[in-house]
Design a protein around this ligand. Structure first.
Ligand code: PLP
Length: 456
């Protein structure tokens, strides 16, 4: 039990309701106060430095101090600090950003809608899908399927898509019309002896059966992260998306790729959709879009979806959806600069070069007595701790093994993020160097050893 250490900590406990925090425990333990950032590191109020192994929330891709992004924001603040896109107004930063996204899209896309967060992007995508199907005369085709352990946000509809218990319990979610199909995690969900391909076939058959049981004329869309992030960094089994997409095509169900974590190089290609062979009708992105220096998210829609939306809006007189801050000029200017930097430093090439150091370094821990599975691709990965390596059984959740490791790691100068099933996520700033990766993995190994000693 660490008592709050300074006045910021005391004032925090008295005033802030924290996202994703046990509010009662927080009253006892107090916060970790972060005061500044530099490269892949952040510093607390005692001056202690930490490698941010998850880039904050999988998002600060360019690290924690990039002067060009500061300059881009300042310049735009002076030029035009706010304007909106309602009733056909526009400004250059949002047009520049829309063009850049369309040029970089993994499949041909037609238009970009801007919002402020991943949750809002996914909520907007759901509303667009409903609107589209009304506009094209299919008012029954409204149900949406996502996956257990998928993460799509916390607003009412996006939290309903999210397939994690904490996001539903006590919130009276999910809402009606949102269904969850199986998690593509071979390590836990495959049958004994089942190959990745056979497991993928079974998951696709389950999806097919679900759509048929619901009635294909009632199922509108399927949402998927290319690599599931917050649900545990789950890399789908070989052939998964190929087989899933065949089912979607058969039943005329739209595919939405949630690229909020995977977009902009994380998986070793510009988009996770490219790494995993997805051909989405709609793509949502956020986080690394602006390296998270300002909140901004985007929904890209293909021509078919846009045409439906356009016809619907012509009939009704407007597309009645949009946020005050949709395409905010300062956030858009920062995102434009971010994408320019990615091009200049060849972010995808950099990730491809350094990723093996992280993936091999983490995989070298697979023999550790506490480690069950190490998984990942590009600069996203996870190390899962298990009580029984043979059966893959996790520890009793009451032991809070992963949160204990997170605490121990702080003393080794690492900020870690624990995920369901005692998995520890790795998603460092994309600009991380090989030397920094080696440092991160070494410190993590030392923290793991220290945890193992406490369990003897
Ligand atoms: N989708 C994915 C894949 C995410 O990982 C997240 C957040 O972590 C979201 C959506 C929600 O984004 P936000 O927290 O910006 O609402």
């Amino acid at each position: 039990m660490t008592p709050p250490r300074n006045s910021t900590a005391i004032r925090d406990v008295a005033s802030v309701l924290h996202p994703y925090t046990d509010a009662r425990a927080h009253q006892k333990n107090g916060p970790l106060v972060i005061t500044r950032g530099e490269g892949v590191r952040v510093f607390d109020d005692q001056g202690k430095s930490y490698i941010e192994t998850v880039a904050g929330l999988w998002c600060a891709a360019l690290g924690f101090h990039n002067e060009r992004l500061v300059q881009a924001a300042t310049k735009q603040m002076r030029q035009l600090p706010f304007y909106h896109g309602f009733t056909g107004r526009t400004h250059e930063p949002q047009v520049d950003l829309a063009e850049m996204l369309l040029e970089r899209a993994p499949v041909p896309m037609s238009k970009v809608f801007f919002a402020n967060s991943g949750s809002e992007a996914n909520d907007s995508a759901i509303k667009m899908i409903w609107y589209y199907n009304n506009a094209v005369g299919r008012p029954q085709k409204k149900k949406i399927i996502s996956r257990l352990k998928g993460y799509h946000g916390v607003t009412i509809a996006s939290a309903s898509l999210t397939g994690l218990p904490y996001n539903h319990k006590f919130f009276d979610l999910p809402i009606a019309g949102i269904l969850h199909t199986g998690t593509p995690h071979h390590y836990h969900n495959a049958r004994p002896g089942e190959s990745e391909e056979a497991f993928a076939t079974r998951l696709a058959e389950e999806l097919d059966a679900m759509i048929v049981a619901e009635g294909p004329e009632t199922v509108a869309a399927f949402f998927a992260e290319p690599v599931m992030g917050a649900g545990g960094v789950i890399i789908p089994p070989a052939t998964y998306f190929e087989k899933i997409q065949a089912v979607l095509k058969k039943h005329d169900v739209l595919l939405v790729a949630d690229e909020v974590i995977c977009g902009f190089g994380r998986t070793g290609e510009y988009w996770g959709s490219q790494s995993l062979g997805m051909r989405p009708d709609i793509l949502t992105c956020a986080k690394a879009l602006s390296s998270s220096y300002l909140p901004i998210s985007a929904v890209m829609v293909n021509e078919r979806v846009f045409e439906g939306l356009a016809d619907g809006s012509a009939g009704l007189g407007t597309f009645g959806h949009g946020f005050t801050y949709s395409g905010h000029p300062v956030a858009a200017a920062v995102a434009v600069e971010t994408l320019k930097i990615y091009d200049e430093i060849d972010i995808v090439g950099h990730v491809k070069r350094v990723a093996p150091t992280m993936q091999d370094g983490l995989r070298a821990l697979a023999g550790h007595p506490l480690v069950g599975e190490v998984r990942g691709m590009g600069l996203i990965g996870a190390v899962e701790l298990v009580a029984d390596k043979a059966t893959h059984a996790n520890f009793d959740p009451a032991l809070k093994i992963a949160p204990r490791l997170v605490k121990i790691a702080e003393s080794h100068g690492l900020i870690l993020r624990s995920l369901p099933n005692d998995s520890i996520a790795f998603s460092p700033p994309l600009v991380i160097t090989e030397a920094e990766i080696t440092d991160m993995v070494t410190r993590f190994g030392a923290a793991l050893d220290e945890l193992a000693v406490t369990l003897r």
